[in-house]
Design a protein around this ligand. Structure first.
Ligand code: HEC
Length: 206
């Protein structure tokens, strides 16, 4: 774990008294992610609790709107058509929810279907570590970041499940739309990815 050390060093430099007088200052390579620190729900400030509340409301809205679009797509054209509908609608729905709640929201995964779905820099270490619990991080200017695990359910398997559960025409549509797809072969209950949310600094005004 390099990250905590980098943070500790950065804090140490700010607090002063770490280096002896006349010593060259230690140059800490600063990454954007290094400024985001995990915060436990029990230790949140009132502002962070309000931000957390907004995260949960917005995530529920995104999840249910995506399910609505998915159900409609499956009713209309079946799973193969669902692939193209998902491709067009999923980013649009996320953008709408972002705007409605005044935050940034999206979905990501360690095995992406759409390579455009990579998460923010602060989320990368948790994604790589396959974090299975909801994770809250405080940003450098008072932002609150959240990474909330998404597990595969039975109804997801027709598009993300083991190869034998995916119809040929669905697989063809996946290959055609997402040549770099890594999002098949998941089993029910497996960690499929995460919702990520970033709430701007300050008391949310919604
Ligand atoms: C009709 C096929 C279909 C079904 C059913 C489906 N998905 Fe997807 N899924 C897709 C497509 C297509 C994308 C890429 C959307 C995009 O381009 O942003 C996607 C993207 C995702 C992503 C975003 C990360 C990435 O890999 O790009 C997650 C997370 C995800 N799906 C989870 C689920 C879960 C959980 C379910 C079940 C509740 C589910 N999906 C059901 C087709 C489907």
């Amino acid at each position: 774990m390099r990250l905590p050390l980098v943070i500790a060093t950065a804090v140490c430099l700010v607090v002063s008294g770490c280096g002896k007088p006349g010593e060259e200052p230690v140059v800490v390579e600063e990454t954007h992610a290094a400024h985001w620190e995990k915060v436990l729900p029990g230790l949140m400030t009132e502002t962070q609790k309000a931000q957390q509340e907004l995260v949960l409301t917005a995530t529920n809205a995104l999840a249910s709107e995506l399910m609505g679009e998915l159900t409609a797509a499956l009713d209309q054209g079946g799973p193969a058509a669902g692939i193209t509908v998902c491709r067009e609608k999923a980013p649009q729905v996320a953008a709408n929810v972002s705007e409605t709640y005044g935050l940034r929201i999206g979905r990501t995964s360690h095995r992406l279907r759409n390579t455009a779905n990579s998460g923010p820099a602060w989320s990368e270490a948790y994604v790589a570590g396959l974090e299975g619990e909801p994770t809250w991080v405080a940003g450098p200017n008072g932002e609150l970041g959240a990474l909330l695990p998404i597990r595969l359910r039975a109804e997801c398997q027709m598009c993300h499940g083991p190869a034998e559960m995916i119809a040929d025409e669905v697989m063809a549509a996946i290959r055609a739309n997402y040549p770099e797809d890594q999002a098949v072969g998941f089993t029910e209950g497996e960690l499929r990815g995460w919702f990520w949310v970033e709430v701007p600094p300050g008391e949310p005004g919604v």
